[in-house]
Design a protein around this ligand. Sequence first.
Ligand SMILES: [Zn+2]
Length: 292
Amino acid sequence: MPASASITKRFEALTIWQRAGERAPHKPLLLLLALGLLSRGTTLVPFVEYEHKLADLLREFGPSRRTQHPEYPFLRLRNDGVWEVIRQHASIPGGDTIADLRKTGAAGRFPEPLRTAFDSDPRLIGRVARLLLDAHFPESLHQDILDAVGLSLAEGSSSARRRDPNFREGVLVAYQYRCALCGLDLRINNVTIGLEAAHIRWHQASGPDAIENGVALCSMHHKLFDLGAFTFEPLGRILVSERVSGTGPFEQVLLQHHGKQMSAPIRQEHHPRPEFVHWHRDEVFKEAARPN
Ligand SMILES: [Zn+2]
């Protein structure tokens, strides 16, 4: 059996995380976080450095819980043969409480021979990530999770691309967690729903993961933006394509925004750069704009 096949088997064989219908996405989220780091060349996952990030992932993509326990997957994954925990301060005695993990400088990583396998086959990261997503999350969440852990999977294949996990967060903060078009700021409990950081110049077209190449849009407007149903001018005036049509809901969802101003980011330096806006107009927008 080729090494990579035996590796993916280990991830397929992970303990099933459902107890009486209860979701427990802890292990796959930690693994996806570690795969995102690995795709950017980081092998070691120090607990103190990533416990908050992991707790955030659990809050956003896991079931509603009063408290999050990032230490659970960090410790329990060891039993699945895909994770090892080393203590960076070996002289300090410590057990397996969250405080122990912190004070002993605990850090997790993929054990050998996984590290070597990932090293020698870069596509393996994508294959394992896809496997974990397919096994543990509905498709509608895949992209959000990949963004959050900084992984990018080429469509239909399994090659991982480098991605900046701070892009989404930075863009959403810049636009105050509201769709720049319709103002949607839906939340369930304290978690933003249906809001995305759209690249103006697409990632696939070498658009950078920079806030000035991003805009916060709800899922609907993100899709319409990527389809070129609308674009905007460098100063933020929205232009709806004359190719797009529909009846009542179309007016409500899109047409009413034509000629109006998009919400601006809080900071001047985060305004979309004209070169990216021009790229969108040229390469994506379905010309021509409707008359005013
Ligand atoms: Zn919207």
